[in-house]
Design a binder for this molecule. Structure first.
Ligand SMILES: C[S@@+](CC[C@H](N)C(=O)[O-])C[C@H]1O[C@@H](n2cnc3c(N)ncnc32)[C@H](O)[C@@H]1O
Length: 321
């Protein structure tokens, strides 16, 4: 469901993005999406988006096929593999899944009933007993448990996330009975905002989209039921909402200093109470900014620093002074 609506939304976002300015623009590593999406965003690829390059950069093996065509630099070179998983991928996949569970378990005790994936986008999954487990659902379990440890006492009603991939963490948190989240504002590039619309709508959530200034009239009011707001990045300076928690996982690390200044100055303006960041403290591309050099306002203090168990990333938590 929602394939046609998603394709329409993408066209609207793409057209509007061409005329909107501001520091939100695609960072160098995201440039390949600009040509890839218009050519490949169709119904079949959307249904299988977690096995195609539409989700390039947001998920990795073992949830998508391992095999690449010869140009690994291009996201257009992923081999879509919608028909089934070969035996060798299953073996390597289960090995990686067990490894990830072992790593997470060191920081947060694994609860098998917390490992759930709704399989929207048709990811590769691995059977542990009757349970269909993905790498993605292990990561979401980890974030859920960590955020519960750090913030559940803080009455988090409104979350804002920038660079949410296809909306997986948003779905996990807003659907959780262990938080009392009412509004989840998700900001991303046109390509990933469209994927998030598809994923979240198919996950049964109420989704509102703000692409033009007039859409903000219904967004800047407090909701009575749980709602996800997909906010075009150029509208962020017009947002006026109380936000309790800001989340950014593995997306500031790809952004240029201009991107970071744009987003972090808005977070400062909105006086968001807490910031939860998981990013690299090292450069991969020349334009990357390491986490300790992010232009975070002096209104915030660093309250926690911790290793991320699943890869070479660091968690930092900031609080408004
Ligand atoms: C590596 S993915 C991370 C996805 C997810 N947060 C995770 O941890 O798996 C990077 C995300 O940041 C988004 N992104 C990159 N540059 C951006 C920008 N300038 N403005 C907004 N979002 C951006 C991408 O579209 C993508 O959703």
């Amino acid at each position: 469901m929602f394939e046609k609506e998603t394709i329409e939304l993408f066209k609207t976002l793409r057209d509007l993005s061409a005329t909107s300015n501001g520091g939100w623009k695609h960072s160098p590593v995201e440039n390949a999406k600009i040509d890839y999406f218009p050519a490949h965003l169709n119904e079949s690829n959307l249904i299988n988006f977690r096995r195609t390059a539409l989700s390039g950069g947001t998920i990795s093996f073992p949830d998508r096929p391992l095999w690449y065509l010869p140009q690994p630099q291009s996201i257009a070179s992923f081999k879509p593999w919608p028909k089934g998983i070969p035996f060798w991928q299953k073996v390597r996949g289960i090995r990686d899944i067990l490894m990830q569970m072992y790593r997470v378990n060191k920081q947060c005790k694994i609860k098998m009933n917390g490992l759930t994936d709704n399989l929207v986008g048709n990811p590769c999954y691995y059977l542990l007993g009757h349970r269909k487990v993905t790498d993605f659902c292990i990561r979401m379990f980890y974030y859920h448990e960590k955020l519960k440890q750090e913030f559940s006492a803080d009455s988090i009603e409104t979350i804002m996330e920038i660079g949410g991939g296809f909306g997986g963490l948003c779905e996990k948190l807003i659907s959780s009975k262990e938080f009392a989240i009412k509004t989840y504002i998700l900001i991303d590039l046109p390509e990933n905002l469209s994927l998030s619309y598809y994923y979240l709508s198919n996950s049964g959530l109420k989704v509102k989209v703000a692409v033009k200034e007039k859409d903000l009239d219904s967004i800047n009011i407090t909701e009575t039921e749980k709602v996800v707001i997909l906010l075009a990045p150029w509208l962020l300076p017009k947002l006026s909402r109380k936000v309790d928690l800001f989340i950014n996982t593995m997306s500031f690390q790809h952004m240029t200093l201009d991107n970071l200044k744009y987003y972090l100055s808005e977070i400062d303006r909105l006086k968001v109470r807490k910031l939860y960041l998981v990013n690299r403290e090292g450069k991969r591309d020349p334009s990357d900014v390491v986490m300790s050099k992010y232009p975070i306002s002096s209104a915030y203090e660093l309250v926690k620093k911790e290793a991320y168990p699943l890869s070479n990333h660091e968690t930092r938590i900031y609080s408004l002074r």
